[in-house]
Design a binder for this molecule. Structure first.
Ligand SMILES: C[S@@+](CC[C@H](N)C(=O)[O-])C[C@H]1O[C@@H](n2cnc3c(N)ncnc32)[C@H](O)[C@@H]1O
Length: 375
């Protein structure tokens, strides 16, 4: 399945396929060797024209494991794959429905271990939040989807920062009514506001992004701080339809989330999450068929400091819920350590094609050695 709709055309870091876990159970085993960004083999420094980047602090032999990123924070498993992909380790078995389904969240798991780990990490409040989102997406008359959202043309202009500010400001007055209703101050107008947002169509993948962001902000101030540290994209919404899907999801969640989460369900949380997710998240793809299935995406802040190079010296492998970064060829002390954002296509594309792709999709002029040399 080629997963239509949200994110099918959204740029993520590291979209390419990766090595398969030996078994679902293997992929659920958590490896706890995540280095801090200042681990001994590398350091993070400012560059003149490509922001921060990762540099080798010593000579490193080919095939050395540089680091493992296990700090998955905001994540979305696309609704189209929810019956086929393990919500914890992202195991996928060529489209077969996985055996263990959690009845309230409707998520599936490949093993009891994955299910228990997911439930423990989500906590009671997390489960309540995902259950509320699932009810919204499912609706009274079956699947509630905004078909217009799925059909949107990815080439549409992006909203400007001012247009983004206006859209969120407009949502805020409705939000105030809904918050009053949730606080027990029920009047005709607060009840009307709440009922109206619940009648609107749902964009399940945007809703999931918002739930995940609110939960990270609420449950893990340290992870949230690391998200804040990522380079922001001031115009993260792909179109007006996308922007409206976010403001509407915000209002819908205000109407249904557990009240403990409402202080974190704010425009500030959601704008921050979108601005950091854009250009910093990693695509989560199938491990076979050259990664043809795009299940979703996630943000691993510790892995977001690698810049792109059209001649990368680091490769990555997804093992379940983690990314491993391996030095592809021997590098010298002081050399920049880069991955490819082009899923290997840089090998066959010329300098003009690569430059156009990186500018168009990522919005930067590539400062890698190959582009500078015009190779
Ligand atoms: C995932 S972040 C990489 C870390 C980032 N440089 C930082 O300061 O946090 C991706 C962003 O880094 C910059 N970047 C990455 N590779 C680049 C390159 N080859 N040339 C210029 N800018 C690059 C772009 O701004 C891109 O949107």
């Amino acid at each position: 399945m080629q997963g239509g709709g949200y994110k099918a055309w959204r740029p993520t870091l590291l979209d390419s396929p990766v090595s398969a876990p030996a078994s679902p159970a293997d992929s659920a085993v958590s490896i706890t060797t995540t280095p801090t960004p200042a681990a001994p083999l590398y350091t993070i420094r400012q560059t003149p024209n490509a922001g921060r980047a990762v540099f080798a602090t010593r000579r490193i032999a080919a095939n050395t494991l540089l680091c493992t990123a296990s700090d998955l924070s905001i994540t979305v498993l696309l609704r189209d794959y929810r019956k086929e992909v393990c919500a914890h380790c992202f195991f996928y078995d060529r489209g077969t429905t996985l055996p263990l389904r959690d009845p309230s969240t409707n998520l599936v798991f490949c093993s009891h271990l994955c299910q228990e780990t997911w439930l423990a990490q989500a906590g009671d409040l997390g489960v309540q939040a995902w259950t509320a989102a699932e009810r919204l997406s499912k609706g009274k008359s079956g699947e509630q989807r905004d078909e217009d959202y799925d059909m949107v043309d990815p080439g549409l202009p992006r909203p400007t920062t001012q247009e983004i500010a206006v859209a969120w400001e407009t949502a805020s007055s409705v939000a105030a009514q809904i918050r009053l209703a949730r606080a027990g101050m029920s009047t005709k107008s607060t009840r009307k506001a709440l009922a109206a947002v619940l009648r609107e169509a749902v964009v399940p993948d945007v809703l999931a992004f918002c739930v995940s962001s609110i939960l990270v902000a609420y449950q893990s101030p340290e992870r949230w701080r690391r998200i804040l540290d990522l380079v922001p994209d001031e115009r993260p919404y792909h179109s007006f339809v996308d922007l409206v899907a976010f403001t509407r999801s915000y209002l819908q969640l205000l109407a249904v989330l557990p009240t403990e989460l409402l202080p974190h369900a704010t425009p500030e949380t959601l704008i921050t999450a979108s601005s950091r997710d854009s250009h910093n998240s990693f695509g989560i793809r199938s491990l076979e068929d050259e990664g043809s299935e795009f299940f979703g995406y996630g943000c691993w802040p510790s892995a977001s400091f690698f810049n792109h190079s059209c001649g990368p010296n680091v490769r990555k492998e997804r093992i379940g819920r983690e990314w491993r970064f391996v030095v592809d060829r021997g590098v010298e002390e002081g050399e920049e350590l880069c991955i490819s954002y082009l899923s290997g296509e840089e090998r066959t594309m010329g300098v003009v094609g690569r430059g156009g792709r990186l500018r168009g999709t990522w919005g930067f002029v590539c400062a890698c050695w190959r582009c500078i040399e015009g190779e």
